[in-house]
Design a protein around this ligand. Structure first.
Ligand code: CA
Length: 226
């Protein structure tokens, strides 16, 4: 699931990006209203988290421009006690609002709720062979059997599934899932891949997660390729 965060407080934006990435979401950031509007109009997002007070163009103006063209669900962030802002935001077409400061868990719950209302076309259910990943309920199953994963394993499998058939290098995986530059001394990616395999491949007759020697990993249903 793809989320755009438009927030000029860099600390808050980075905190949200890190938290949501850990939850398996794919995040784009914009630090002002102009860049935010450009990204919101030119890319497909499942949810946009939009701060009301922004340099360049404020959140309300951005929302108005967005609503002329798109129905992307929007969660508006407003300042404490500014009832006027909340009402205005909802009138302009925000799907929900959250008053600053807020807890990460509340933000996450609101994002999941507005994404579930599902105005966007993009599927929130990923399938690779008999493996199924529900990006909203965060449930993974294979051949109808529930697979319990840690948050990092979920982030990893969602990334591989979103880009199924594509070889992803350890560097790319380390960057996108762990938000770190790949350091050849660490084997964090290999360890996580091994754990993931033990859960989603080993108990089943056919492997979906493949190692491409010297290149990386790919998730694909090779029985379908023939
Ligand atoms: Ca702000």
């Amino acid at each position: 699931m793809k989320i755009l965060i438009v927030e000029d407080e860099i600390k808050t934006a980075e905190y949200l990006r890190q938290g949501l990435t850990e939850q398996g979401y794919s995040i784009d950031l914009a630090f002002d209203g102009i860049d935010g509007q450009h990204q919101a109009l030119h890319h497909q997002y499942d949810v946009i988290v939009l701060d009301a007070m922004l340099p360049g163009k404020d959140g309300f103006a951005l929302l108005r421009a967005l609503r002329e063209k798109k129905d992307t669900p929007v969660l508006m962030l407003t300042a404490r006690d500014s009832t006027h802002d909340r009402v205005k935001g909802l009138q302009e077409g925000a799907d929900d609002y959250l008053v600053k400061p807020f807890s990460f868990n509340e933000l996450l719950a609101r994002i999941q709720a507005i994404a579930r209302r599902g105005r966007t076309q993009e599927s929130t259910l990923l399938r690779v062979g008999d493996l199924q990943i529900d990006l909203i309920s965060r449930r993974v199953s294979r051949a109808g059997q529930r697979i319990d994963l840690t948050a990092k394993e979920f982030a990893l499998i969602s990334l591989l599934a979103r880009r199924q058939g594509e070889i992803l290098s350890k560097t790319v995986i380390a960057e996108l899932v762990w938000d770190m530059n790949f350091d050849s001394n660490t084997n964090v990616v290999e360890v996580a891949i091994k754990r993931l395999r033990a859960k989603m491949d080993l108990p089943f007759s056919q492997n979906l997660l493949h190692t491409i020697r010297g290149m990386g990993y790919v998730l694909e249903d090779r029985s379908a390729v023939g």
